[in-house]
Design a protein around this ligand. Structure first.
Ligand SMILES: *Cc1c(COP(=O)(O)O)cnc(C)c1O
Length: 361
């Protein structure tokens, strides 16, 4: 019997009702819609933060954050060599130079020591992404940024609802970004948001977006389908966390060559967009992803490492070995596979193992 993985995008009655309401009451045709006001209020409440702006994508949120941070021609921005590739493009497109650092030893974010070594007079901002459900060293990065007068942009596109020491991820950076893209746990097909903890930066954000109509808008229709998803985010995150832990425990017992990399920091309540599974080589990983696809498992490859980027395009002050190794060896299981019944975890692990073994080992 095929594994019952829930459909994506989610098809709940609440989403259908919200969309119909937005249609019927004319909200869909307004600049200032009730749907957007409701979405804003629920994000403010969820993240316990005052300054939130909706925008058209997570990528736009990163680019707008960089501009609000005052990054421009000749400046440098530090980011991890393993990151969403669009983040690096944003840095380049506004005329700044990316400075690549390695991955931290105990999460998928920028390594603190590398960031310290990457310091220069030109650095103005640091982008730190919480990747594959694990929290990066965001508190320490904030301290480091404050000490150097750098703006910290916290990328929470993959982990809405994650908390660190009981505090929402997205409230540690001077600015933070959310994505509501088509593959994300909160989705309206496209969309994003920018959170600001700093009043001065929040004011500048208004100046950039309001001209006087919103220059990078999220529509009322998009906002309407997000509200019910936020309402059940906590429940879904808890479900995904439970399944992720069980996958890790079962794989651990079965095969040491396929490792599930869950959050291990007990101060973190994780939120999985993709769950990382580490294989022993790029060849095994690639074959495993191909085999899993045959089994209809939503398994993909990690982001590619940006470590091979030319020296003309970026500065590379430290070795990027860990980023390269992880980018080669990691495959990622999509969040919808983490919404399966607990009773099906055994079967899911069986399929993962079978996929990894059909690879000539
Ligand atoms: C998806 C993603 C983005 C970009 O979001 P879009 O809405 O697709 O533009 C940025 N950063 C990370 C870490 C992401 O996973």
């Amino acid at each position: 019997m095929p594994l019952a993985i829930p459909p994506w995008p989610p098809q709940t009655p609440e989403i259908a009702t919200a969309l119909m309401q937005c249609m019927q009451n004319g909200d869909w045709g307004r600049y200032e819609s009730q749907s957007k006001a409701t979405l804003l209020a629920s994000l403010q409440k969820k993240f316990e933060i005052e300054h939130v702006r909706l925008c058209c994508s997570g990528t736009a949120a990163i680019e707008l954050s960089l501009r609000v941070a005052g990054v421009g021609d000749g400046d440098e921005v530090i980011l991890c060599a393993l990151d969403y590739p669009g983040n690096l493009r944003c840095v380049e497109l506004i005329g700044a130079k990316p400075v690549l650092v390695d991955v931290a030893p105990s999460n998928f974010g920028p390594d603190l020591e590398s960031v310290t070594k990457a310091s220069s007079k030109q650095v103005r901002a640091v982008i730190a992404s919480h990747l594959y459900g694990r929290a990066c060293d965001i508190g320490a990065l904030r301290d480091l940024c404050d000490a150097n007068d750098w703006v910290l942009i916290e990328d929470v596109c993959q982990s809405p609802g994650m908390t660190i020491d009981g505090r929402a991820a997205g409230t540690f950076g001077h600015l933070a970004t959310l994505s509501f893209g088509g593959s994300k746990p909160l989705s309206s097909g496209n969309g994003g948001a920018i959170l600001a903890t700093d009043n001065r930066l929040a004011a500048r954000l208004g100046g950039l977006l309001d001209r006087p109509s919103d220059a990078f808008p999220l529509s009322a229709l998009q906002a309407s389908v997000l509200v019910p998803q936020i309402a059940r985010l906590q429940t879904d995150n808890e479900h995904r966390n439970r399944i992720a832990k069980q996958i890790q425990q079962q794989l651990e017992k079965r095969d040491a060559s396929l490792q599930c990399i869950c959050e291990t920091n007990i101060a973190v309540d994780p939120a999985y967009y993709k769950l990382a599974l580490q294989t022993e080589s790029v060849a095994i990983r690639d074959a495993m992803v191909a085999a899993a696809t045959q089994h209809d498992l939503p398994l993909g490859k990690s982001f590619r490492a940006m470590s091979r980027l030319s020296d003309r395009r970026c500065r590379k002050p430290v070795p990027l070995d860990r980023a390269q190794m992880l980018a080669d060896q990691i495959c990622v299981l999509d969040h919808r596979a983490l919404l399966i019944d607990e009773a099906d975890v055994g079967e899911l692990c069986e399929l993962l193992l079978e996929s990894s073994r059909g690879c000539g080992r």
